[in-house]
Design a protein around this ligand. Structure first.
Ligand code: AMP
Length: 143
């Protein structure tokens, strides 16, 4: 199963935020949209960084409430691991395991075209396991 196929089912909408916006702006957007991370980008959709809820917790634990009014670029991860639509779900799962993060932006020709979260991976894997179990059951019944 490719990343492209996952995106065709879940859609390619990705919430982005500009790097000069504050940590509080990011926290509000994350809470309002019920997501775990924001891709940091300008309107051209070139990935500049990623800011997850963990980064916000780290910011507040380091600086207290003062962190909330700082530009989020202070706390985003700048070296972002990305994938392409042609990669497989297995590739992305191993990236997440190795890097210990739960979000991977999908980039094509230098531009953001989607995002894959660990929740998408779990959903995908469950569907595959159910399909395998059903195929085995059918085989046993008809054998
Ligand atoms: P997460 O598990 O996705 O909430 O992120 C945990 C940490 O990894 C945070 O510091 C994120 O900024 C960072 N992070 C999340 N996704 C990526 C990624 N694809 N590449 C690099 N760092 C990431």
């Amino acid at each position: 199963m490719t990343v492209k196929r996952v995106l065709s089912e879940k859609g390619s909408d990705v919430l982005t935020i500009q790097p000069h916006r504050t940590v509080l702006d990011a926290a509000r957007l994350i809470a309002e949209k019920r997501i775990g991370a924001l891709i940091v980008a300008e309107a051209d959709k070139v990935v500049l960084g990623i800011l997850s809820e963990r980064d916000i917790v780290r910011a507040v634990s380091e600086k207290g409430a003062e962190a909330l009014s700082l530009p989020l670029s202070h706390y985003m991860t700048k070296k972002v691991v990305t994938c392409t639509p042609a990669m497989t779900v297995r590739d992305v799962m191993s990236m997440m395991t190795q890097g210990k993060f739960r979000h991977v932006p999908v980039v094509e020709n230098g531009h953001l075209v989607g995002i894959i979260s660990i929740g998408d991976m779990v959903k995908q894997r469950l569907a595959e396991m159910e399909a395998e179990a059903s195929a085995i059951r059918d085989y046993i019944v008809t054998a």
